[in-house]
Design a protein around this ligand. Structure first.
Ligand code: IVH
Length: 673
């Protein structure tokens, strides 16, 4: 792909996808460093030819989008991000730029160097010294209102000391305390809950809880590091004076912040921080360097998305050595056979690593691995650890080289190499038990049909007993069949049947994703559902029509068209439909302008739809979901045990719908009603 136009478009779509994975799903696939490298490549292309600059390029805005369930939080002053530096040479360049912009007469610049806290960025607004509200960064313009959760954090002052100004917005990071994080994970494990991946994800997940009782008691801290709005009359001359003032107001300020002279001072301070890093009770991923004097900050100003007066220095990813004990081959949902390194357990970047993927044949060849080799393992940020290289030693040549097996490790079928994707696959799609299990697990997973109770153990049993071979078999399961399985009681069988039944109403986008079409993830499924509106239209679409959808390229279009042209897949879709799975045409209302501008409030328990599913359907039709009833509310959708919101709706004369009426409204061609 050498055409700069194509490359730039690809970079935009990749960067936006990764930004969503990082900010909205807390599930990054690549490291910050890899993201930054792609970002820089795009910046360079766009600078060389501004005509390549797309409206949705991440260089044209700051971040991802706010999620549905929490109220939006609008930042009066946008929350910007920082440019990054990865070496002292880049810090030097930063200092040179600062001097150049200041006209060369500035002398040695005073900087404040602060730990770069690896937490969740927040803004908290105070009026006359009282906490009014607070929200996440979101896309920098609009985040999510999490006031209810912020209030539960002990280090967030509810009232400020020391004659606070009329209006103030404080910015900082919410961090998970590391010992507390470990203790919480151990408790979760004991009670059968899933461990949190890392402290940052735990902080993000916690702050987005709807119920503040879930937040209370979690070991969270808030550190203040900058100001959004600072009302006139505050006479503060520098960043360090602001930090001192934060402390007087009652905020926690990082004691490791240091004021230093020139770039030599900066480099020394960053080195000192690096040495303290592993002893800290919270995670940092670098240092933030800020020109100290506000007058100079003002003179320097901003470039599109970041200030000229500050830079984030990022530590290189941590790298450690360990021994490769074994390599096993695992069969995925689409039949891809992936080598997995079994490592002697080692701590790197805050987690203990014992297994990690080696991706594919090319990567095996690159690494030239032998079982028993000493290897270097790296973990950058939140991403999965990576085997970087073998440490050469005398024994290497004598050890057995790691090779792909000839046959599938699960079913013995001869493996084939997919040249285009560098993947090696087992072609026995419907007969290979590993593929069947993974396909069913994917179908039932949270982002797809979300069938609670259909987890790994149950799927193993169902596939093992021959009860389930394709997804539609799930809807054929009877109580009797389930009761015949090992250790399945009447209650859990009934719960599972109920969960299966209610999963039929998840909507078109989720079914499309659940089908497991190669290259079709959450956002592509949503785009397809929106554009085609029904499964029949999608089945009829040729590659050309598919490629006309924004964000869908040749590879995805071909994959979808091939899937839909396959008789077995068409039969499976018909089977799902005849078993009551709804392929609701959610796009009809939207494309006609539908529910755009209408605000819905959900209250009580709906008979069939979970609240998130109802919200998703409303949003897919262009509507908005809000948490409280006001004059701006268009409809209140009420289920059983609806309380004060229903009363308020009656008081304000807001239209009240039940689930059926809501679905009818969503399905109406004009969305009118
Ligand atoms: S000051 C104009 N100071 O890093 C931006 N930010 O890419 C001023 N961060 O999202 C931010 N530690 O949330 C500042 N000591 C620190 C920080 C810090 C972490 C975060 C911040 C921002 C990101 C910058």
């Amino acid at each position: 792909m050498t055409d700069p136009r194509q490359r730039a478009a690809w970079l935009v779509s990749e960067l936006n996808r990764h930004s969503r994975l990082y900010h909205e799903n807390n599930e990054p696939e690549i490291s910050d460093q890899e993201y930054d490298a792609l970002y820089r490549e795009l910046e360079t292309l766009e600078e060389a030819d501004p005509a390549l600059r797309l409206a949705d390029s991440p260089t044209q805005r700051v971040g991802g989008q706010a999620s549905a369930a929490l109220e939006p939080f609008v930042h009066e002053v946008p929350m910007l991000s920082l440019q990054n530096a990865f070496s002292s040479a880049e810090l030097d360049e930063f200092d040179t730029r600062v001097h150049r912009h200041l006209g060369g007469s500035a002398g040695v610049i005073e900087y404040q160097v602060e730990p770069k806290l690896d937490g969740l960025a927040m803004e908290i607004v105070y009026e006359d010294g009282l906490l009014i509200r607070g929200g996440t960064r979101g896309d920098g313009q609009v985040g999510e209102d999490v006031t209810h959760n912020l209030r539960t954090i002990p280090s967030v002052p509810l009232r400020l000391n020391d004659a606070p100004p009329g209006r103030l917005s404080v910015r900082g990071e919410v961090l998970f305390d590391l010992p507390g994080f470990e203790a919480m994970n151990e408790r979760r494990e004991r009670s059968g809950e899933k461990r949190f991946e890392n402290p940052r994800n735990a902080a993000a997940g916690t702050m987005r809880q709807l119920d503040p009782r879930m937040v209370q008691g979690r070991p969270l801290w808030f550190y203040a590091h900058s100001a959004g709005l600072l009302s006139v009359g505050m006479r503060l001359g520098s960043q360090s004076e602001l930090s001192a003032q934060f402390a007087r107001w009652g905020f926690r300020v990082n004691p490791l912040n240091a004021v230093v002279d020139g770039v030599a001072g900066v480099v020394a301070a960053i080195e000192a921080l690096r040495q303290r890093r592993s002893t800290l009770d919270y995670e940092i991923d670098g240092a933030v360097v800020k020109v100290n004097a506000f007058a100079l900050q003002e003179a320097l100003g901003f470039v599109t998305r970041s200030p000229r007066w500050a830079i984030a220095y990022k530590y290189p990813p941590e790298r450690v050595r360990t021994v490769l004990d074994d390599v096993i081959f695992s069969v995925g949902r689409t039949g891809a056979v992936t080598p997995v390194a079994c490592l002697r357990p080692v701590r790197v970047g805050g987690v203990t690593v014992s297994r990690t993927t080696l991706h594919n044949q090319d990567e095996l060849a690159r690494l030239d691995l032998c079982v028993g080799d000493t290897v270097e393992v790296e973990r950058a940020g939140d991403v999965i650890p990576k085997v970087v290289q073998v440490v050469p030693d005398e024994g290497h040549a004598l050890r057995p080289r790691v090779r792909y097996p000839e046959g599938c490790p699960e079913c013995g079928t001869g493996l084939i190499r997919d040249a285009e994707e560098a993947a090696t696959r087992c072609p026995n799609e419907l007969g290979c038990p590993a593929q069947v299990r993974r396909a069913i697990l994917h179908f039932a997973s949270r982002l797809c049909m979300d069938i609670e109770g259909l987890g790994e153990r149950m799927v193993d049993q169902l596939v093992g007993a021959g009860l389930v071979r394709v997804p539609s078999d799930v809807y054929r399961l009877s109580m009797e069949a389930l009761l015949g399985l090992d250790r399945v009681g009447r209650l859990s069988a009934q719960n599972l049947v109920n969960a299966i039944m209610s999963s039929r109403a998840r909507g078109l986008d989720r079914v499309v994703m659940a089908l497991g079409i190669r290259h079709v993830g959450e956002s592509t499924a949503r785009d397809l559902a929106r554009r085609f509106g029904s499964i029949d239209a999608l089945m009829a679409a040729g590659p050309g029509e598919l490629q006309a959808v924004d964000g869908i390229g040749e590879v995805v279009a071909t994959s979808v068209a091939t899937f839909m042209a396959n008789d077995r897949n068409r039969q499976e879709i018909e089977a799902l439909r005849s078993l009551g799975v709804q392929f609701a045409p959610i796009a009809a209302a939207r494309s006609a302008g539908g529910l755009v501008g209408r605000v819905f409030v959900l209250t009580g328990t709906l008979p069939n739809l979970a609240r998130e599913d109802a919200a998703r359907l409303i949003e897919a039709a262009g509507g908005k979901v809000s948490g409280s009833v006001s004059k701006k509310t268009s409809y209140v959708v009420a289920g059983s045990e609806a309380g004060s919101k229903l009363e308020k709706a009656r008081e304000l004369n807001v239209a009240i719908l039940d689930e059926a009426a809501m679905l009818a409204l969503l399905a109406a061609p004009s969305g009118a009603g």
